[in-house]
Design a protein around this ligand. Structure first.
Ligand SMILES: C[S@@+](CC[C@H](N)C(=O)[O-])C[C@H]1O[C@@H](n2cnc3c(N)ncnc32)[C@H](O)[C@@H]1O
Length: 281
């Protein structure tokens, strides 16, 4: 069942964390010249319209990008600045109503030798992807199941790559399914950088994902998490995190600076953040 649509949540505190840190990771990987394969396995529509009925229903963007956008001309960490510049490039009117999602972010960072594949199974989301991007030698759009695509597209011919897993966790079993899928993908492509997003919800099911990956035998798993505590009483999700397998060393400082900045500027009522190894080397 695919009922989730990211447009209802676009630009919220979780998007802030995920897109800024994702950019830092890609930039860190690009400190080497060799070609990269980027795989956005749960892409959604690529660019979100924050003036649309979906986004306006709960206006989650108000406490995310809406809160941070006025700070765009200040001295900023590189990752935050990169994200603001990308948003500005999509909004000639100096606003943020056309908000780039993960596929737009990754597409904007492609070098000539890099490749991006973006996948979504939801008919409307895939249509959105097709409207936002043109397939090319560098960019492939797939209307297919992400879990099946992981098997089909990995390992990439470039031998260096990033896999971004941003599922909608529509059922409670999905945390374990994601962990199993990552284990299987890692077995075929051990050099890959895997970035797995998870929400912090009252049921605490993200622990299933963390426990499963801890037990998997996979080493070098970094946990970057921001819990905004009781700051968003109208939203179920108090925060979110990213598990990053094989994080590029060149991105470590940048990610830490980005997390600090985000944590300092988003509301935090008894919140906390983590930048630590879930599993060390
Ligand atoms: C959280 S949204 C992705 C947001 C996007 N990554 C971003 O940052 O802008 C999750 C997306 O995954 C898609 N999806 C869910 N299950 C899927 C599956 N098994 N295969 C492919 N896409 C799936 C949904 O349609 C939804 O668009």
């Amino acid at each position: 069942m695919l009922s989730y649509q990211h447009s209802y949540h676009a630009g919220n505190h979780a998007d802030v964390l995920k897109h800024i840190i994702l950019g830092d990771i890609v930039a860190g990987m690009q400190s080497k010249a060799s070609p990269l394969f980027l795989f956005d396995a749960f892409a959604s529509r690529g660019v979100y319209d924050l003036t649309g009925v979906e986004a306006l229903k709960n206006r989650e963007f108000d406490s995310g990008i809406g809160r941070l956008w006025p700070l765009r001309h200040e001295q900023l960490p590189a990752g935050v600045d990169r994200w603001f510049q990308l948003i500005a490039s999509k909004n000639p009117d100096d606003g943020f109503a056309r908000l780039p999602g993960s596929t737009a972010l990754l597409a904007s960072m492609l070098r000539d030798s890099d490749r991006l594949a973006a996948c979504d199974l939801h008919p409307q989301e895939f249509e959105g992807l097709r409207n936002s991007f043109r397939s090319s030698r560098k960019l492939a759009l797939h209307k297919r199941d992400a879990f099946e695509a992981l098997g089909a597209l990995l390992p990439p011919k470039e031998k260096r790559g990033l896999v971004f897993l941003d599922p909608s966790y529509e059922n409670k079993g999905e945390y374990k399914i994601v962990a199993s899928a990552v284990e299987a993908a890692y077995a075929r492509f051990r050099a890959g950088v895997y970035v797995i997003w998870y929400p912090l919800l009252p049921a605490g099911r993200h622990q299933d994902l963390l426990h499963a990956l801890k037990r998997s035998g996979i080493l070098k798993i970094l946990r970057v998490e921001l819990d905004c505590g009781a700051s968003f009483p109208d939203m179920q999700m108090s925060g979110s995190g990213l598990l990053i397998i094989n994080p590029p060393w060149h991105a470590m400082d940048a990610m830490q600076e980005s997390l600090r900045w985000i944590s300092d500027h988003l509301p935090s009522d008894n919140g906390r953040d983590h930048f630590e190894w879930l599993v060390a080397e």
